[in-house]
Design a protein around this ligand. Sequence first.
Ligand code: SAH
Ligand code: F3S
Length: 483
Amino acid sequence: MHTEKIIEENKQGKPLVTENNEGNDKKLFIESYGCQMNMSDSEIVASILAKEGFNTTQKLEDADLVLVNTCSIRDNAEQTVRKRLQYYNSVKRVNPSMKVGVLGCMAERLKSKFLDEEKIVDLVVGPDAYRDLPNLVEEVEAGRDAINVILSKEETYADVSPVRLQSNGVSAFVSITRGCDNMCTFCVVPFTRGRERSRDPKSIIEEIRDLKQKNFKEVTLLGQNVDSYLWYGGGLKKDFKKASEIAKSTAVDFAQLLDLCATEFPKIRFRFSTSNPQDMSLDVLHTMAKHENICKYIHLPVQSGSTKVLQRMNRQHTREEYMELVDNIRKIIPECSLSQDMITGFCGETEEDHQDTLSLMEYVKYDFGFMFAYSERPGTLAAKKFEDDVPLEVKKRRLAEVIALQQEHSHYRTKQHLGKVEEVLIEGTSKKNENEWKGRNTQNTVVVFPKEHYKLGDFVNVKIDSCTSATLIGTAVGYSKNN
Ligand code: SAH
Ligand code: F3S
């Protein structure tokens, strides 16, 4: 089972460091919780503050400014951040000049409540307001509380060149859309991240060109819902209907953007996340099949295998339509791996609905999964309209069953790789053995193998000798042709 996305379970968020600018004398400690978008946003924040005289530090105790980029997706994500704030408070007692700021989804959701409730917070900045940080930090340095949580119709940070924080120098994230218009009833994201808008393909290509020059080998295109990417000159996705005929006829959709990226940078490996099944087109699948450098992996959250529950969640597809999409994926890209997000114990979920989830999983046999017990979020449609009526023990029991089944399927999937030779991009040293490299194959499965003479960032062909349910273990047989 992959857990990289479930970062809220970490005690400490990802602390971020970067190369430092000479002449900058203020110290910024910034850590991120939650999704990859938050990691990517923290890189934008570091870039904006570098111009204000801040270098990043990994030592919280040394910091003049501490920023925590937060997640609201489930209650325990918020609780983790609250505990972290208490810890900052203890450091602040020793170092009273240290300023503390909350960024991201909790900032947006709780707004000024933070300044009132959590006395240690000096600064509250929502996901679309990072450009205002220089002013806000100035306010805070003058001893005043500062807040900006205005969501934007336009902001995409297209022209901010992110400082790559604690990067392995091999793989990077590039944001292509912000916000989400889907209004899944359980989800807080549309409220904390605002309406959906797409970024100019030119600025996406420029960012990738810059990454290539810096020797990066893999780019993940990021958005809450990448398949609904649509550039028509700017503005909200929902206003596309009102755009001029010229804007409509020259619009770029996600399949076209993928094609553009993969053609322009044949040596870069592309991934993308996340795909909402309702927006995934056959064009995207054909584009993936056409380009060797687009990884054969789709994260395709489904949340439930019951059409009734899907409807209550306001997901715009049935169980059968999802299965049809999976069939099409298997037909067009036979080697494609799939992963899911699943929620157990959503409002009104019966035992029969739960069985539908298990049987859908049997049908797909996902390679990986990210599974959660439903956590009611204040202000969402589900919180307003439905009763959170599945008892916690039942949610947890169903979750355990879903996780156990996923583990079985993950093992089934990793076994399919045995004996094959697969291209792996080396991303770092294996956590378990410093004499082994770790990387991923096109299907996003982690592969470890002896280092020999290979280097970080090499594309290597690896023969898969054995496996666990999460990892392939192999031996390199030479460089791949893409190296
Ligand atoms: N489109 C997004 C989804 C963000 S939320 C993306 O980029 O991944 C990630 C996952 O968290 C969702 O797919 C869902 O499975 C889970 N989730 C969201 N709200 C939740 C809630 N209220 N309770 C439990 N899980 C939730
Ligand atoms: Fe949330 Fe649904 Fe959008 S899960 S991020 S509202 S696609």
